[in-house]
Design a protein around this ligand. Structure first.
Ligand code: SER
Length: 871
């Protein structure tokens, strides 16, 4: 059975049992500080389990894209080394939200595997929670045990401890005992030798867990205690790739049709063969796995970057590039070429892959380019470290610098050293790493006091869509201290007109007025775990009275103008450039707006003008805001709302419509577009391959912009002696300038020619080497040209030229290639060492290198010392 068919069989099976088939939630999680990526099928249903939200259907089934690369469930370092761990995988699941419980979950699970999938029931083992004697004091799951006894011989039922049979999403959240189903796919001969039961949960590649049936009945609270959930639920998760392995009768997930097309493509591109050499196999598995994780993340809107989830994605991609570089000899970008096969095999089930294919390819290719460059530079630097080393063990601090400053992977350093018969001072590396971690921790450390709770009010209401002022009561507060902001207080109210930063829009500022007339300023507003937190410098004197909370109206109105303009801009871009334009990020401030979107070429100035005109025509049309609150997601999509990233099944959403622009949005907006006054694009450029950014301004900022420009124009006219037509005057100046430049270039060329003749005459021959070290009056590019020209006249040249330009010192060293080889000289080492006299550093290649420094006073000494390299 093909993998596509296996997936449908599962969904259809549960559909027959009255489950609603729902789509996978995005793999990248937004707006949840406890989770970066979906790591289990149940994540999107967390609120249903906790009883905070009512589901529309009490039985649901799906195939969820999951990524386990950070936090509690992190498999990254295992991936590739064995044949059954993955970063990204699909989890098939069936859920009961307060509906059926253990009996049905167990019976249906068995029925699906044995009757539908026809898996030999003697090869299946089930596990049951044995209970715990720790602080949680949990009972053995006898209910599940008895249910299993009705179906499976006791010899196939095993007990498991908390680690294996009590499932928790993270440090907090819904949890409960579970029963896992394991399958033994070994040959009959092997089974006869060693019993399958003894291999369950022993990391055996052919005795693996395929399905986990979790019986959710607790919530783990922040203080570590368990509380019973209001209702009991079922959460099951089956590893889709593992099920395919069993059904397709192969020995590893990588041998199923989920992976084989990718592996065949890797073999073809890299000219390698899978299943011949363990090292190459690991590299191929790493690449086959990681291309899925990275492509799906990009399709979900998460691009590789330097922080947060983006950094995790960058690390995964780099891990794959590194394996390719080291074991498959891939020195050119190649991973992006795998996206096509991935789209061919998975695009039907996950259409987002297909629709974003070009973007995914571009982003991956660019990342590959830049990381391969890093690797190349790192290799040169490592060569220098090795040639300067005095012992066979390479200084760990130097290796750390290579890793930290240049991004050169430490395992690659270790491998190269090993190949050259050297070793790495691992201790020194670890110490440097710890010191660096300590430095960055203390810079970002925030200490938080415990909350002081004044009111028991867990529901806070946001009233800021309708009013900018409200009477509020303090529910709780705490003091937080950080290096960045010093001491601050965080305040939570029963209701608030303050908008918390979200959906790209900044948080509101404003103040709280106390009954004695004193005010406390609100510096920012943010959301944390569904709570709206107000940041202040001080605490109100009386903490139990009612305050008047007032939002800074001017800032809010300007921010709203920018937010509505962002929607109009989004619509205009799709209208002018095409519907491939999708929002990839936005920042809405009071002074400006920034909008990132997918598009593959520069937006021309004509197109920008058209976009600007489009938005301004909507502003002139004074379109009224039509807002829909608490709309079921499906209804909003049917109305034509653009489904952005991050919404989940069952969410009630808010729709914002201005004319034909309809978006799902939680932000605040103008009442009608006339309030925006005017829209002006300030810049357009690239943020990443295939992603463009527009920065724009509206309302007062546009007025300021025009009046500043007007003032500048008057100044320019003044400078041009009150020229009537400044454009004509500047053009004339430019022409004159170009003419003068040409003349100067000619003169400089003559000068360089004369200089070259003089310098060639000054060359001395020392120990058979033509040597000259001298300070000259040329810029960097002049020196380079001159060095190479002189080099072409001499075969044994060692030339050190120095110059002072704009108060800075420059050293440049040219060594004929023959000398580099025969005398083992390196221009890189020369400029590095002499660089210390000019207080600078640099690099280059063994035959030509330069260094810049801030001490021109040291040039004479550097020039004098150059001769020392000839002895
Ligand atoms: N939540 C469980 C798991 O991730 C079952 O879906 O294993």
């Amino acid at each position: 059975m093909k993998s596509q068919e296996i997936r449908s069989k599962f969904l259809e099976f549960f559909k027959e049992k009255d489950h609603k088939i729902v789509a996978s939630a995005p793999m990248v999680v937004k707006d949840d500080p406890t989770l970066m990526f979906t790591n289990a099928g149940m994540n999107q249903f967390k609120e249903f389990f906790l009883g905070n939200t009512e589901p529309k259907s009490s039985r649901v089934t799906d195939s969820q894209k999951c990524l386990r690369v950070s936090g509690k469930h992190n498999d990254l370092e295992e991936v590739g080394k064995d044949t059954y761990h993955h970063t990204m995988f699909e989890m098939l699941g069936n859920w009961s939200f307060g509906d059926y419980f253990k009996k049905e979950a167990i019976e249906w699970g068995w029925e699906f595997l044995v009757d539908v999938c026809k898996i030999d029931k003697d090869s299946l083992y089930v596990t049951v929670f044995e209970g715990s004697r720790d602080a949680d004091k949990l009972e053995q799951d006898t209910e599940a045990l008895n249910l299993w006894k009705n179906i499976v011989p006791e010899s196939q039922i095993l007990f498991g401890n908390k680690k294996d049979n009590f499932w928790e999403m993270g440090d907090q959240g819904p949890c409960g005992p579970c029963s896992e189903i394991h399958v033994d796919i070994r040959s009959a001969a092997e089974k006869a030798k060693v019993s399958g039961a003894s291999l369950v949960n022993q990391d055996h590649p052919q005795v693996v867990e395929i399905w986990n049936l979790v019986f959710m009945q607790y919530n783990r609270k922040a203080n570590g205690q368990l509380e019973s959930l209001p209702a009991k639920h079922v959460d099951t998760g089956m590893g889709f790739e593992r099920l395919c392995m069993v059904m397709q009768n192969v020995q590893s997930n990588y041998d199923t049709d989920v992976f084989t097309p990718i592996i065949r493509e890797i073999e073809a591109i890299t000219n390698s063969t899978y299943a011949k050499d363990e090292k190459i196999d690991i590299a191929i598995r790493v690449i086959a796995d990681h291309i899925r994780a990275v492509s799906f993340s990009i399709a979900d809107g998460q691009l590789p970057s330097n922080t947060g989830a983006g950094y995790v994605i960058r690390r995964i991609l780099r891990r794959a590039i590194r394996y390719g570089f080291t074991f498959l000899d891939t020195k050119e970008p190649f991973m992006y070429r795998l996206v096509k096969v991935l789209c061919d095999s998975m695009g039907a089930a996950f259409p987002e892959l297909k629709s974003q294919r070009q973007l995914i390819e571009n982003v991956i290719k660019e990342e590959e380019h830049s990381f391969l460059k890093t690797l190349d530079q790192g290799l040169v630097l490592l060569d220098t470290i090795i040639s300067n080393a005095n012992s066979k063990e390479i200084d760990g601090r130097k290796a750390f610098e290579l890793y930290d400053t240049y991004g050169f992977p430490i395992d690659l350093t270790a491998l190269i050293l090993n190949e050259r018969g050297l070793s790495l001072d691992e201790k020194g590396f670890d110490v440097a790493m710890q010191e660096q971690k300590k430095r960055s921790r203390s810079a970002s450390e925030i200490s938080k006091e415990d909350w002081t709770v004044l009111l028991n009010d867990s529901e806070q209401e946001f009233v800021g869509y309708d009013t900018l002022e409200a009477n509020v009561k303090l529910v709780k507060y705490r003091k937080v201290t950080s290096k960045k902001d010093g001491e601050q207080y965080q305040l939570v109210f029963n209701l608030t007109p303050f908008y918390a930063e979200g959906g790209g829009q900044v948080g509101d500022k404003g103040y709280l007025e106390q009954s004695n007339g004193n005010v406390v300023y609100v510096l920012d507003t943010k959301r944390e775990n569904n709570e709206i937190i107000h940041f202040t410098k001080d605490l109100p004197a009386n903490r139990t009275e009612v305050y008047k909370a007032v939002v800074d109206e001017k800032q809010r109105r300007r921010t709203e103008a920018n937010h509505t303009a962002t929607h109009l801009l989004h619509q205009a871009l799709r209208e002018v450039l095409g519907t491939h334009v999708e929002q990839k990020g936005s920042a809405v401030h009071s002074k400006y707006l920034r909008f990132d979107f997918s598009h593959f070429s520069k937006v021309s100035s004509d197109e920008l003008r058209e976009v600007e005109n489009y938005v301004n025509s909507r502003i002139e049309g004074n379109l009224a805001l039509e807002e829909g609150r608490n709309i079921p997601m499906q209804q909003a999509i049917d109305q034509g709302a653009m489904a952005l990233f991050g919404e989940k099944y069952g969410d009630a959403v808010r729709t914002i419509r201005f004319g034909q622009s309809i978006e799902l949005c939680g932000g605040t907006h103008v009442k009608s577009t006339g309030d925006i006054w005017h829209f002006k694009i300030k810049s357009e450029g690239a943020v990443a391959s295939g992603i463009r950014r527009i920065e724009a301004i509206t309302s007062d900022a546009v007025k300021d912009f025009y009046s500043e420009n007007n003032q500048k124009l008057s100044q320019v006219k003044d400078i041009l002696n009150n020229a009537k037509d400044p454009v004509k005057a500047v053009t004339a100046l430019q022409e004159e300038n170009a003419k003068l430049k040409k003349e100067i270039e000619g003169l400089l060329k003559d000068k360089a020619k004369n200089l070259k003749g003089d310098l060639l005459n000054e060359i001395k021959t020392i120990n058979g080497i033509d040597f000259l070290a001298k300070k000259v009056d040329l810029d960097a590019s002049g020196i380079k040209d001159l060095s190479f020209e002189m080099g072409s006249n001499k075969e044994n040249l060692f030339l050190l030229l120095a110059a002072e330009n704009d108060g800075k010192a420059l050293l440049s060293c040219y060594i004929s290639k023959e000398l580099v080889a025969s005398k083992e000289l390196s221009a890189v080492i020369v400029v590095r060492e002499l660089g210390k006299y000019i207080q600078g550093g640099g690099g280059g290649q063994p035959f030509f290198a330069t260094a810049g420094g801030k001490n021109p006073g040291g040039i004479a000494e550097a020039v004098e010392k150059a001769q020392g390299y000839l002895v």
